[in-house]
Design a protein around this ligand. Structure first.
Ligand code: NAD
Length: 364
């Protein structure tokens, strides 16, 4: 049996930003809470919002690797101002905050209580507009937040799906090269992880394959010499990766990434991608067919060539390919392994403590 679920209405294309206003009218929204990044406030599109929406409230206090405390602060504004919708305009960090806030109308408790059970009292509609091409958060049921204890933890609920996702590649034009690289390689990783995931199914494989090809063949140009066409292709790569991993989840590359972000401050996309070549080899021992497919999508002749091509991609976009480059030293091994032993049900092969020791040696 396979089950594919995607309740979000997806609007994709250049200049689709303006669709937001007709969608808000259709949903009879009177006073939305807009959660966005500071970079967006200085853009022309923010002025369009100011000129078009008679009433709205603004929340901009969201940092990368967002805190549960930021969710609570935004939820307080939602309730005090009696807003009737949430609009998230930003990268994965903003969208991850916004989707949880939309579930906190009259909630009265901290969002960390959702880690026990996501049981909102009332939800308001959530409109998601990504400004990066990588997280895919605009159409997923996941929210990755940093708790008061400093742990990055994922919340998951069907309640978090956006009502509408508007993916306008023009919103990503302002991304500087490193952000383009880190978010684009996140999309590439999500698509690879979805494709080899135990939860993969024909629907997700189709999206993952398209996404792997789009990001592999467009990312270097998007980082070094972007034009309209590569920006469109990277936005589509990100959206298609999310169409895939929203239903399959990610795998061990994501689990390990949280330790690299926590201990060395590595940005999310780079933290995920650094172990991709290693896991391609590791998972090929269990599911060779899927891993060989991935190699063929990127024009590689077998697993070793695939590993080399992905490592070369990392180097070309300025991402670290070795753990020594990010500050890892062998005495840190235990603390990295300790955070990374948790298994995702969709991992195609279980990793042992010894496997991770080997990974850390191989990638040092
Ligand atoms: P981000 O949202 O953390 O943004 C990084 C920085 O880029 C911020 O300072 C932001 O203000 C700035 N920025 C965003 N768009 C910009 C633009 N167009 N121009 C200039 N600056 C811009 O980056 P991200 O990679 O999109 O998101 C990463 C986060 O998303 C991580 O916390 C990760 O765990 C999470 N994530 C969530 C999911 C999900 O399904 N919920 C999936 C993958 C990643």
């Amino acid at each position: 049996m396979t089950k594919y679920y995607m309740p979000t209405k997806i609007i994709f294309g250049e200049k689709t930003f303006g669709e937001l206003f007709s969608e808000l009218r259709e949903a009879k929204v009177k006073k939305p809470l807009i959660i966005c990044g500071k970079h967006f406030i200085s853009s022309l599109r923010y002025r369009v919002i100011q000129d078009t929406l008679p009433f709205f409230k603004l929340f901009t206090e969201v940092q990368p690797n967002p805190l549960t405390a930021s969710v609570d602060a935004a939820a307080k504004m939602l309730n005090e101002e009696n807003c009737d919708a949430v609009i998230g305009i930003g990268g994965g960090s903003i969208l991850d905050v916004a989707k949880v806030v939309a579930c906190m109308k009259n909630y009265g408790k901290s969002c960390e209580s959702f880690y026990k059970r996501v049981s909102p009292k009332t939800t308001v509609p959530f409109f998601a507009l990504p400004t990066t091409s990588g997280s895919g958060s605009e159409i997923t049921k996941y929210s990755v937040l940093t708790t008061n204890e400093g742990m990055k933890k994922t919340l998951k609920s069907d309640k978090f799906y956006a009502k509408i996702a508007i993916v306008d590649p023009q919103l990503t034009y302002s991304m500087p090269p490193e952000l383009t690289a880190a978010t684009g390689i996140d999309a590439f990783s999500q698509a690879m992880e979805s494709y080899w995931s135990k939860g993969a199914m024909p629907e997700t494989d189709k999206w993952a394959e398209e996404s792997i090809k789009l990001s592999y063949f467009n990312l270097v140009k998007a980082v070094k010499d972007p034009d309209k066409y590569v920006r469109i292709n990277m936005s589509l790569a990100s959206l298609n990766a999310a169409r895939a991993f929203s239903n399959t989840g990610t795998t061990a590359c994501h689990t390990l990434s949280y330790a690299f972000t926590k201990h060395y401050g590595l940005v999310h996309g780079f933290a995920v991608a650094i172990t991709l070549p290693w896991f391609l080899g590791f998972y090929a021992e269990k599911n060779e067919k899927k891993c060989l497919d991935i190699c063929s999508f990127i024009g590689a002749d077998g697993i070793e060539d695939g590993k080399a091509k992905i490592t070369q991609l990392l180097q070309q976009i300025g991402a670290p390919a070795r753990l020594g480059e990010i500050g890892f030293v062998p005495p840190d091994a235990e603390k990295i392994i300790e955070m990374s032993m948790r298994h995702k049900p969709n991992n195609p092969r279980r990793h042992t403590h010894k496997d991770l020791e080997q990974l850390l040696v191989d990638l040092y």
